[in-house]
Write a protein that binds this ligand. Structure first.
Ligand code: SF4
Ligand code: ZN
Length: 271
């Protein structure tokens, strides 16, 4: 697995000398594996620094444990760790923001967390933001964007941003399956049973996940094929309407496809 991740990083030129890689560390399985792996790999690469960023969304009964697990890990590895919270950044916890609109939990959480991670990475001096998205997550996203007829997002979700305005997001585990990550954690004595987010059952991703797992079981290679299809669509769509260029948000200056970024649009509804 380490060799394959090294190959992904090198082939896609994810990390370069002089980089400070900010790892989005939720404390869950994927981000734990990512931090362990990067720390090991980066020992061999000179002049690359690693920091961890943890976001406390404010989800009662769930985040406390994962945050504790994240803290234990960085203490053990001796990695600089930065914490930010939705309350600090947006004035409210996710639990408060979701009152009466629980069905939109993952959409709202995802938009705000992306912003929070970018802020955290910038504050920590990060030049790259690494997330633990694995093959299962990425192939689910491909399918979900197709189901929603959102081809611009399908292309953007590769993390590539050539505008230079936004911190580059990298996904070193994007070709590694959930099962391989679980095995890696067990072999490295880092497996930790953690609670599930209480909002998971509202997520469309949950249904897509079970559908895709069934397909992968019956037709091995389905997930990888979805990833290859995304790459082809991305190549074919260059310069066309589906790869719309990013603009700057009128309110905060962050990159967006319309007049306002999704965070500023959401802020208008916070009250
Ligand atoms: Fe956020 Fe949804 Fe993940 Fe819960 S399951 S942490 S609400 S994205
Ligand atoms: Zn904005």
């Amino acid at each position: 697995m380490e060799l394959r991740v090294t190959d992904t990083i090198k082939t896609r030129q994810m990390i370069a000398p002089g980089d400070c890689v900010a790892v989005a560390l939720s404390g869950g399985k994927d981000s734990t594996a990512l931090l362990l792996l990067l720390q090991r790999l980066l020992l061999l690469w000179e002049d690359v620094r690693l920091v961890a960023i943890t976001i406390d969304e404010g989800i009662l009964g769930y985040r406390e444990e994962t945050m504790h697990s994240a803290e234990q890990l960085t203490n053990r590895l001796g990695i600089e760790h930065h914490y930010l919270s939705f309350s600090g950044l947006f004035g409210h916890s996710l639990d408060t923001l979701l009152k009466g609109r629980e069905s939109q939990a993952c959409t709202i959480c995802g938009i705000l967390r992306k912003k929070a991670l970018a802020v955290g990475a910038r504050q920590a001096g990060g030049t790259k933001l690494a997330t633990g998205h694995n093959l299962d997550d990425e192939s689910q996203s491909v399918l979900m964007n197709v189901f929603r007829n959102d081809l611009p997002r399908l292309v953007r979700s590769s993390g590539a941003d050539s505008s230079g305005k936004f911190i580059t997001r990298i996904k070193p585990l994007s070709l590694i399956s959930e099962k391989e990550i679980a095995t890696y954690l067990i072999l490295n004595d880092a497996w930790n049973e953690l609670p599930e987010c209480p909002y998971t059952h509202y997520a469309m991703r949950r249904e897509v996940r079970s559908l895709l797992s069934g397909f992968e079981y019956k037709h091995p290679g389905t997930m990888l094929n979805l990833m290859k299809s995304r790459e082809k669509i991305e190549r074919c769509g260059k310069g066309s309407v589906i790869s719309e260029s990013l603009r700057s948000c009128r309110e905060c200056g962050d990159p967006c496809s319309g007049d306002l970024c999704q965070v500023c649009l959401l802020r208008q509804t916070f009250g």
